[in-house]
Design a binder for this molecule. Structure first.
Ligand code: AMP
Length: 275
């Protein structure tokens, strides 16, 4: 596995790589959710590049940038064992220089939910994803449905900027009890982890109620979450393609999405609603 720490080195590697190339962008602290993305990328492409970059642009000053889990040596060992071809680990100082003057900003799909809760977050994501795609020029970029809104933002970005890359969204990987895997789960105490389970339990329970009636599932979801000892930021039933909140009945497919604080940890989760 080749380890590349500059855009120049990455481009040089890319010029000689077996094509097609897949990119799997991550912020490290690699877990089985990331590895599912890698496995999907390996099924689709001859070479797989994983980027590890804790993107400072997507964190607000009050967010957890400084304490975000970092374990580069552990990550490299796990990715090497998974058969990844190259890891791109740029330094923040070179990849986000102090005089960076360009921002990529995606409208509409960023209006609500994570976009509203975390102002500037998706500008940071879109800018860095654009840079990663520019440096690695993959045929395929693989993202997780765990960050469902982010996946839609990246799809929109790739389409609008004619980036000629296929954006793939991989299903959420969960622990046996249902908790969606996340690098941030390691912040949770045992008691908080029990509380955090409410997110996936409420989503699963309400998905079973889905008959196409958005109000029924929305109010069931909100009442299940209200009973728990967590601080819900949003819980909604939305159009799976636009994230517009749904009303009324007769919908075939939709997405239930939630964000909540459990102690000091902010968690997100979502579930497909299909019939
Ligand atoms: P992160 O390192 O948290 O920025 O995540 C990197 C990529 O892995 C993103 O596309 C995430 O959506 C995806 N991802 C994170 N957790 C999971 C999970 N539990 N299941 C599937 N994909 C995930």
């Amino acid at each position: 596995m080749d380890e590349l720490s500059t855009a120049t080195a990455m481009r040089r590697w890319r010029a000689k790589a077996q094509t097609p190339v897949a990119l799997v962008p991550t912020m490290g602290a690699v877990h089985a959710g990331h590895l599912a993305l890698v496995a999907d990328a390996q099924r689709r492409c001859a070479s797989v590049v994983v980027s590890i970059f804790v993107n400072p642009l997507q964190f607000a000053p009050t967010d957890d940038l400084d304490r975000y889990p970092r374990d580069l040596d552990g990550d490299l060992a796990v990715l090497r064992a998974a058969g990844v071809d190259a890891v791109f680990v740029p330094s923040a100082a070179t990849f986000v220089p102090a005089d960076l003057a360009t921002t990529v900003s995606v409208a509409a799909v960023t209006d609500r939910f994570e976009g509203a809760s975390r102002p500037g977050h998706f500008d940071g994501v879109a800018t860095i994803v654009t840079k990663l795609l520019s440096v690695t020029r993959p045929a395929v970029a693989v993202f997780g449905q765990k960050d469902y809104q982010q996946l839609l933002v990246v799809r929109r970005l790739a389409a609008d900027l004619d980036l000629d890359v296929e954006i793939v969204g991989v299903e959420i990987v969960r622990d046996a009890d249902g908790l969606a895997l996340s690098s941030r789960n390691r912040y949770l105490s045992a008691i908080e982890r029990g509380r955090a389970l409410t997110l996936s339990t409420a989503l699963r329970t309400t998905a079973d109620l889905w008959t196409g009636d958005a109000e029924v599932v929305r109010s069931a979801l909100r009442s299940l979450l209200a009973d728990a000892d967590i601080d819900v930021e949003y819980a909604d039933v939305v159009d799976a393609a636009t994230l517009a909140p749904l009303t009324g009945m007769g919908h075939r497919s939709a997405r239930a999405i939630v964000a909540a604080r459990v102690g000091g940890t902010r968690l997100i989760d979502n579930w497909p609603l299909t019939r």
